[in-house]
Design a protein around this ligand. Sequence first.
Ligand code: GDP
Length: 464
Amino acid sequence: MKIRTSDTIAAVATPRGEGAIAVVRLSGPESLAIADLMFRGSRPLRTAASHTLHHGLLRTPDGDPVDEVVAGVFRAPHSYTGEDVVEISCHGGVFVTDAVLGALLGAGARQAEPGEFTRRAFLNGKMDLSQAEAVAALIASGSNRAHRASLEQLNGRLAGTVGEIRSALLSLCALLEIDLDFSEEGINVISGGDIERKLLAAKSRLASMAETFRTGRLYRDGVSVVIAGKPNAGKSSLFNALLKDARAIVTPVPGTTRDFLEESITLSGVLFRLTDTAGLRDTGDPVELEGILRSRKSLERGDVIVLVDDNATTGERTESLVGELPSSSHQTVVLVRNKIDLVPGATPETREFVSGSRRGKEIFLSAATGTGVHLLAEELIRVVAEGGAESHESVQITARRHWDSLNRAITSLDAGLSSIRKGATNEFVAFDVRESMAALGEITGEVTSEEILNSVFSAFCIGK
Ligand code: GDP
């Protein structure tokens, strides 16, 4: 999709529904002229200074009154998009906002595509691509950690770090090229050892950034925790106990089916999505079977599986419990030995378990009395924190697109390293370094394509 960037666009920037006020945005060269066709205040907006607010009445071009509004004027280039912008604050409500937008469209503005305001901000150099993406992530953030990560990205932290590494690679490229020019005269500007060291230094920084994605993704999207186990092991009780322990603001998740229940809690600033699965038992009932199939699917999707065992009555062997799980190495398994209140002398505690290639924590608790449930909450927080502690890079990678680009940049540096070790000429190494820089340039948008922009901005809402 090729989007025109020279016309004037309009959209409602606030959520649809009733509210005290709503904001309708206009951006483009005709913003002030279009608004003036309908706005009647103490002066025309086109004579107003930038960053000023104006009270007035809005009428359709035919003279029908629409609403009493406040219009904000932001002149190019000092606006969000870098173009002339008018933000009309009108009364909130679907009918009023639709009428205001309809009047603007009738006066010559075009309905904005999703993310088009931010796309223009990017195209006009107001922000790099990673900052534009951070706008969407900030709006979508559902927890403290997600909020912090997107705010840092919005402040240009990611772009700054990527820029540093890119300029180190650029200097290396320059040296390699000068070296090529001088090599005919038998002069060496840079030694093979130096090239290798520089490649390794850049690679190690990129690798530590890429490593932060494991936790970054969890901060951004939340951690999916699937509670599984035999019927009556106490899964639902544990689910409820965790919600209570977290003093959660319980948010029902859309799409919840009767087969399993999903709720979100925040622990230590991280969002956890808890899923209580249907019992994993054999059944002939087709409805129940469907539930079980879905449970198995949600098991595969979980970042963490909390496997509940009724310690008091069955106390099943770890091997047979863990053996039933899908063998997926990225998942963390926490084994819960429930109902310790029924075992005389038992106290809540956390132990280590090893079963085949799996190892993890085994927590003794009582879902019914709540004893030891905090140990499980602590363990869930630890699972997320662990990945973050490994990295020396302070910048957090939260988007898969950035992670993909980093990995491609690393692969190109690896190719360069292997060329140098094989004694290939600097021309080959320079090629790989340039490829690596191109991959990094995609993160900030220095290297971009219509395809990348479309995929980034199509994920935005209209009006952003
Ligand atoms: P689910 O089928 O795995 O979801 O298990 P439920 O949470 O429905 O619990 C099954 C039964 O075990 C219920 O009667 C619960 O009250 C009981 N139960 C669950 N947890 C505990 C516990 O920690 N101690 C005791 N004594 N009973 C429990």
